[in-house]
Design a protein around this ligand. Structure first.
Ligand code: 5AD
Ligand code: SF4
Length: 355
């Protein structure tokens, strides 16, 4: 197994069957030191491409309304126990203004799939941010839209788009996402790439009925798509959803996936996610030491933060943006890395364009 891992480390590629075997062996991670070797290989690859830098993003969760009904998510349309909110265009821009003055140079605008934010409203938000933060990157994470809308958002100045594939198994995907199609999801990711967005995919770890075969498919899906960003997090149940009484993912397995994603897509931007910290207070640090190189700080207005509950016990702070920034800086330093407040573009960007 060690030889298989070393091969993967050197070549950045692996076939499906050996990958499943490797995942099976890693599940007994205390044997042979295989698990810690994986972590150090991932850290070495990350250092080769990005050195000690950890990029920091400012996250604005601007609407928790959603037309979708994903079985796992606390914001699903069917959950009537959520207090719903929407920030106005001006409020979103204001969050970025505050973030910009604190030094943030990437803003991630995230929401449920909320058609209230029409093409025109989104373009107004993107244009407004562009005007006051000319050198900042704008990342959208607002779900599936039409090709024409993606184009308009790009032309208005959005740089990046996150759309996790959630699971690369069509069966599992369609069970978890009523009325959504796996093919459409893949097509949307390809559209985003074609337009020129730095594109993010990713998946959840520990979903009900998910096996190492599924996870191997997720990793190989990433290898093939070669996205600029990769978001991986544990599944965490929410009691007001149909999966409320299922088991949650583990931190060990999630970190394992982060490390393998780093080996397979060496130059990707990979965040240490809040969901990891919800599972384990040291979860983010562990991820940073195993291949992750991005942290997100919450810039949403304090009063809406508890309402953006994708899963239960989601950590949120009621701290002002200044304090969140300090906390993030400390986390990065404690893990042994250096904070980088720059835009943190993909290494594939050359002169402001995707290669
Ligand atoms: N547990 C973990 N992650 C979740 N997400 C949504 N609901 C949950 C949950 N219950 C993730 C999805 C989505 C991202 C914004 O949050 O992967 O793409
Ligand atoms: Fe909506 Fe996203 Fe939650 Fe699905 S995961 S219900 S699209 S917010």
């Amino acid at each position: 197994m060690i030889k298989m891992l070393d091969d993967l480390y050197e070549k950045g590629t692996i076939e499906k069957e050996p990958l499943v075997d490797l995942l099976d062996a890693l599940d007994h991670y205390d044997e042979q030191g295989l698990y810690s070797r994986l972590q150090s290989c991932a850290d070495a690859v990350r250092r080769k491409h990005y050195g000690q830098s950890v990029f920091v993003r400012g996250l604005i969760e601007f609407s928790n309304r959603c037309v979708q009904n994903c079985l796992y998510c606390g914001l699903r349309k069917g959950n009537q126990r959520v207090q719903r909110y929407r920030l106005s265009q001006e409020e979103v821009i204001e969050c970025c203004r505050t973030g910009y003055s604190l030094g943030y140079r990437t803003f991630v605008l995230q929401s449920g799939e909320d058609p209230w934010y029409t093409q025109d409203k989104m373009v107004e938000i993107i244009g407004g941010i562009r005007k006051i933060c000319p050198d900042a990157a704008i990342t959208l994470s607002i779900g599936e839209r039409s090709m024409a809308e993606y184009r308009k958002f790009f032309e208005a100045g959005a740089d990046r788009y996150l759309l996790r594939h959630e699971t690369a198994s069509r069966d599992l995907y369609e069970k978890l996402h009523p009325f959504m199609s796996y093919e459409a999801r893949c097509e949307h990711l390809n559209m985003l790439k074609r337009i020129g967005f730095q594109t993010g995919a990713g998946f959840m770890v520990g979903l009900p009925d998910q096996t190492n075969h599924h996870l191997a498919d997720d990793l190989l899906f990433l290898k093939k798509l070669n996205p600029e960003m990769i978001g991986i997090g544990p599944f965490l149940p929410h009691s007001d959803t149909p999966l409320g009484n299922r088991r949650r993912g583990t931190i060990e397995k999630t970190i394992m996936m982060v490390a393998l994603a780093r080996l397979l897509v060496p130059d990707a931007l990979i965040p240490a996610t809040t969901a990891m910290e919800t599972l384990d207070p040291k979860g983010k640090e562990k991820a940073l030491r195993s291949g992750a190189n991005v942290l997100m700080t919450n810039l949403s207005p304090e009063e809406v933060r508890p309402k953006y509950a994708l899963y239960e016990n989601k950590l949120y702070t009621d701290e002002a943006p200044e304090c969140c920034k300090q906390y993030t800086e400390d986390q990065i330093r404690n893990a042994g890395y250096k904070i980088d407040m720059g835009r943190g573009d993909s290494l594939k960007m050359v002169n402001g364009m995707m290669e």
